[in-house]
Design a protein around this ligand. Structure first.
Ligand SMILES: N[C@@H](CCC[C@H](N)C(=O)O)C(=O)O
Length: 274
């Protein structure tokens, strides 16, 4: 059976998007891993599966899978790409995505720019989740990082000079620290001034990516909580820049940035056995 897919990216964070209301593909960890593999499959940081929403207020139900097969509650860049995909199909500007982290309103600003409302950050240890009741603003780990959930768990290290940090070396160990029962995305942030920061993220289940949207949001939230940043920031990552605003009135985190269609294609499901 041939399955259609779209390949997209948001500042280098890349995705394979499959419309499962049409395809009805069954998934398990092996199949996800092979589809995401850059040599054996199509290749991407996350596989995104779209299907009919269960909530009437939503336009689509969106599930995000890391290359290892684990499902992630949130994916900021993926949500922006799905919005551009919907815009291409329905020629509308506003959508509501149903994700396991809740309903996310999104808006197409122009053909290459999408804004997503990532919802309210969660700082309580049970919500992130952390393994025990500790102060999420200063975790009891070397470097005292901060933690927050943007629908998925994020840990933020504030460093003086990002060029002295090896995110691969540190990230792969910290992702699995016992303090994070569901693992964590590990971000490293260098503040440039109160409205600009450099960020690199080791993504849980995916490794070092060129950009991480939820990681950008977590970086701004944690920087504001620490008194290091204003609520409106430009976040500079290896693949490009995002604008993140933590709205004071609603407590919602809004993220705006570029999206790109790379190509569409088909793969034969028989070559990817369950
Ligand atoms: N690339 C994403 C985050 C994807 C999920 C993450 N690896 C996790 O496991 O939580 C983004 O843009 O937010």
């Amino acid at each position: 059976m041939d399955i259609s897919f779209s390949k997209m990216h948001g500042i280098g964070n890349d995705f394979v998007i499959i419309d499962n209301s049409v395809n009805r593909i069954q998934l398990n960890n092996n199949r996800i891993a092979e589809l995401c593999d850059r040599r054996y499959g199509i290749g991407c940081d996350q596989l995104i599966i779209l299907s009919a929403p269960k909530d009437k207020k939503a336009d689509v139900y969106v599930r995000f899978f890391n290359p290892g097969g684990d499902e992630a509650g949130a994916c900021g860049n993926g949500s922006r790409c799905v919005t551009a995909w919907l815009h291409d199909k329905f020629q509308r500007k506003n959508f509501t995505l149903q994700t396991s982290a809740g309903l996310l309103p999104t808006e197409v600003i122009d053909a290459f720019t999408v804004k997503v409302n990532m919802g309210q950050p969660k700082m309580n240890w049970r919500d992130i989740p952390l393994q025990r009741d500790v102060d999420s603003l200063y975790l009891p780990l070397s470097g005292e990082p901060a933690a927050v959930s943007m629908g998925n768990p994020h840990v933020t290290f504030f460093v003086e000079d990002l060029s002295t940090v090896d995110p691969v070396f540190c990230g792969q160990v910290l992702e699995k620290d016992p303090l994070f029962p569901e693992g964590a995305n590990i971000g490293f942030v260098q503040m440039l001034d109160r409205q600009n920061m450099r960020v690199r993220v080791w993504e849980r289940g995916a490794g070092l990516t060129l950009a991480c949207g939820s990681g950008a949001c977590a970086s701004v939230v944690n920087a504001v909580r620490r008194g290091l940043a204003d609520r409106y920031c430009e976040v500079r990552m290896d693949g490009g820049n995002l604008i993140v605003e933590w709205d004071e009135a609603s407590n919602d985190v809004l993220m705006t940035g570029p999206v790109h269609f790379s190509f569409t294609g088909q793969f034969n499901l028989d070559h990817y056995p369950l």
